[in-house]
Design a binder for this molecule. Structure first.
Ligand code: ZN
Ligand code: ZN
Length: 417
């Protein structure tokens, strides 16, 4: 059973040219979050060609493909399709020169620097192999291509569009992400593997006045500045040192001229935590501190809090991870290894959380082996380009085949005959 992917080696080899062509095509035609129209069209067509029952426009541009192949477990595999608003500087012959229009109506460069083009191509490859090799497995394969992972909207948009009522509840949910580990390797972890992220905006209210008459004002700049300083004490004074917490205030806006005390100030924060209890505490503390600073300034009203977006924690199910990692080690040998949690965040776990289904998320390496080994020898691993770097270009092989093999190996745990 653990050698499911080995049984399928000739099918994998046959479809590699198709997957590589699809990858380069999607790479050259990246689309911003919730605008994945062309990409989802390609996905739907290829799934139909492979015999899947396809539903399009789930959560705007999401695609769900179902392949029922007799009685057995239902395995869901998920990929994301969106690109980022940035310019590609990789220099590969198939680099993106595309532009897109963002939510503010501005034209921006767009590229697949997070690797979602590869995630989509891997899952299309695995789906195609499964459709060709139906004699080797039984059960139901559900492939989910979600929009807008980068803006934390996509999986929620699909769930809000009735995903749980419209499709069968899976027994397990699997997902993977390209990372700057050695190409050909897979890295997994039971429990927390990615952090949660919360972005929020806080608007402080004061009273405007002439800059020379501060006694007539309630200064929102001082109010917000005090809050910014006090917010630093959450990580340093309210959370145990062994926990990892980040509270970053990345935006601070107030005023229009140096001699006018404005009536309002606005800050935007980004919070990263690695467990639910700490996350709740930090969010409560932000609320408490901002309100208390407003009271200390005698503000006319309490600050307003608005969620910009949030990503839940990604916490891999222990039992699922045990089974899948055994299969990974059996198939990949030394190329499979346990890893530490990464500081990034994902909206993948929303599916498992909403459906109350165990899930597992792992990383597939994409850095050329000689480059990776050199960086490890030189101690420069942290300088290697990775997701969201304009220089991040995964080496095509063995990265493409590895991401197909990981999906098949993991899916085979439930589906292989
Ligand atoms: Zn990303
Ligand atoms: Zn990503």
């Amino acid at each position: 059973m653990a050698n499911f992917a080995s049984q399928l080696s000739s099918e994998i080899e046959q479809i590699l040219p198709m997957v590589e062509a699809t990858y380069k095509d999607i790479h050259q035609h990246p689309e911003l979050s919730m605008q994945e129209v062309r990409t989802s069209g390609i996905v739907a067509q290829k799934l139909r060609d492979a015999g899947f029952v396809v539903t399009e426009h789930v959560g705007k541009t999401g695609v769900v493909g179902l392949l029922k192949n007799g009685e057995g477990p239902d395995v869901m595999m998920r990929a994301d399709m969106d690109a980022l608003p940035m310019r590609e500087s990789t220099g590969v012959p198939y680099a993106s020169t595309a532009t897109g229009v963002n939510k503010n109506g501005e034209t921006v460069p767009v590229c697949h620097s997070c690797g979602h083009d590869l995630h989509t191509s891997w899952l299309l490859g695995a789906a195609t192999v499964m459709s060709k090799a139906r004699q080797t497995w039984q059960g139901t394969l559900m492939v989910v291509f979600q929009p807008a992972e980068e803006t934390a909207e996509g999986s929620q948009a699909m769930l809000d569009d009735g995903m749980m009522d419209r499709f069968p509840k899976p027994d397990v949910i699997l997902g993977q992400h390209l990372f700057q580990y050695r190409a050909g390797s897979v890295a997994y972890r039971a429990g927390q593997i990615l952090t949660s992220a919360d972005s929020l905006q806080v608007r402080f209210f004061g009273k405007g006045a002439h800059g020379a008459m501060p006694q007539n004002s309630i200064d929102p700049v001082v109010m917000a500045a005090s809050a910014v300083m006090r917010l630093q004490t959450i990580a340093s004074r309210e959370v145990a040192p062994q926990e990892s917490v980040v509270v970053t205030i990345g935006e601070f806006h107030a005023g229009t001229a140096e001699n006018i005390i404005p009536a309002e100030a606005e800050i935007k924060l980004n919070v990263r935590t690695t467990n639910e209890a700490v996350r709740n505490h930090v969010l409560e503390a932000i609320n408490r501190i901002c309100i208390a600073e407003a009271h200390a300034s005698n503000a006319p009203k309490d600050p307003e809090f608005e969620t910009i977006n949030n990503y839940p924690l990604t916490v891999n199910d222990a039992d699922v991870t045990k089974k899948v990692s055994e299969a990974f080690r059996s198939y990949f040998g030394e190329r499979a290894r346990e890893t530490q949690p990464e500081g990034a965040s994902e909206d993948f776990s929303r599916f498992g959380r909403a459906w109350k289904v165990p899930y597992m998320f792992w990383f597939v390496g994409g850095t050329a082996p000689e480059k990776y080994d050199q960086a490890i020898r030189d101690g420069t691993y942290l300088q290697l380009p990775g997701p969201h770097s304009p220089f991040w270009a995964p080496v095509l092989h063995p990265t493409i085949e590895t991401g197909i093999e990981t999906l098949l190996t993991a899916g085979g745990v439930w589906l292989a005959k």
